[in-house]
Design a protein around this ligand. Structure first.
Ligand SMILES: Cc1cc2nc3c(=O)[nH]c(=O)nc-3n(C[C@H](O)[C@H](O)[C@H](O)COP(=O)(O)OP(=O)(O)OC[C@H]3O[C@@H](n4cnc5c(N)ncnc54)[C@H](O)[C@@H]3O)c2cc1C
Length: 268
């Protein structure tokens, strides 16, 4: 806008935007839970404010549903804060660092730093090595902390479009709303029998016809992490992984434990 046009303009509304880096000390008080900006506020530099709030909602709603249905113990709800608070805090710290790199200081050194950071981020190998805007959830009762430590544990599973007889659907639509077992191949007979008893949804990703996209297919992601099977939570976070087909029984056991015992006793 030219200076003349600006001078002739009438300002009808204005607001000063102040951003903060804050995380609530407590996210739960009895039956009241904080989520979204009420629980955490971030500077805008990595564009994750709304994303963090949506992750809160995904994390909390399936736990509430399971507890209200009587499918899981009430202590499951305590994992909401223990999972989400450190995750939201890490994103806020990341936003502070990126914000400082992009806007901190007005001197020549700061200008040079900004130019260097911008140029470095354009180099594919450096951009690829930067931390994901959404890091994995930390190990805990609902993210396997013993046994096979696949790098997929705690991450959100890929969500490709999959070809179906009626067109194409998202993998989430095929998985439904509960826990799911994903394998890279057929189950052994005795594991298939145990699976049937649990009622878990099972998908063999080698049978999926994924629509080609820039995102890697679930099969490729699992192969790259030497992972044969994963147990997905209802929020599609990888709860536990198995390296071989012979270890899939451990995932079924982990699923059964979370559905019938106090979480203090769970040793997934
Ligand atoms: C300028 C700007 C740019 C942003 N850009 C991005 C971005 O690029 N990417 C991103 O992910 N995030 C971005 N964000 C952050 C994002 O907008 C927020 O994180 C998100 O809107 C928070 O959602 P929320 O539902 O938790 O809270 P809010 O959106 O604040 O919703 C709370 C609602 O509660 C209502 N309310 C408050 N008090 C009461 C009451 N007593 N009774 C009834 N209702 C009440 C409010 O009116 C409001 O509608 C941006 C934010 C701003 C300000």
């Amino acid at each position: 806008m030219s200076p003349t046009a600006l001078a002739e303009s009438e300002i009808m509304r204005q607001a000063s935007y102040t951003f903060r880096a804050r995380v609530a000390r407590t996210w739960r008080n009895g039956q009241v839970f904080l989520a979204g900006d009420a629980a955490h506020q971030t500077p805008p530099f990595v564009g994750q404010g709304l994303g963090s709030g949506l992750r809160d909602a995904f994390n909390l709603t399936w736990k509430l549903a399971d507890v209200l249905d009587g499918a899981a113990p009430e202590v499951l709800l305590d994992t909401y804060e223990s999972e989400r608070k450190p995750h939201a805090t890490r994103i806020i710290l990341m936003a502070l660092v990126v914000g400082w790199c992009l806007t901190g200081g007005q001197d020549r050194l700061a200008s040079l730093r900004r130019a260097l950071v911008t140029a470095a981020c354009r180099i594919p190998r450096i951009a690829h090595a930067l931390p994901d805007a959404s890091p994995a959830l930390s190990r805990g009762p609902l993210v396997q902390r013993r046994g096979f430590q696949s790098r997929l544990n705690g991450t959100v599973f890929p969500q490709p479009w999959v070809r179906t007889p009626d067109g194409a659907r998202r993998l989430d639509d095929l998985l439904g709303t509960g826990y799911a077992l994903i394998t890279r191949g057929r189950l052994r007979d005795h594991t298939a029998t145990r699976l049937a008893a649990t009622g878990l949804t099972h998908i063999d990703v080698d049978d999926l016809a994924c629509v080609p996209s820039t995102n890697p297919s679930p099969s490729a992601v699992m192969r790259s992490q030497h992972t044969y099977a994963v147990l997905l939570r209802p929020d599609r976070v990888v709860m536990a992984s198995a390296r071989t087909s012979g270890d899939v029984g451990d995932l079924l056991a982990a699923y059964q434990r979370v559905h019938r015992t106090d979480l203090q006793e769970i040793a997934v």
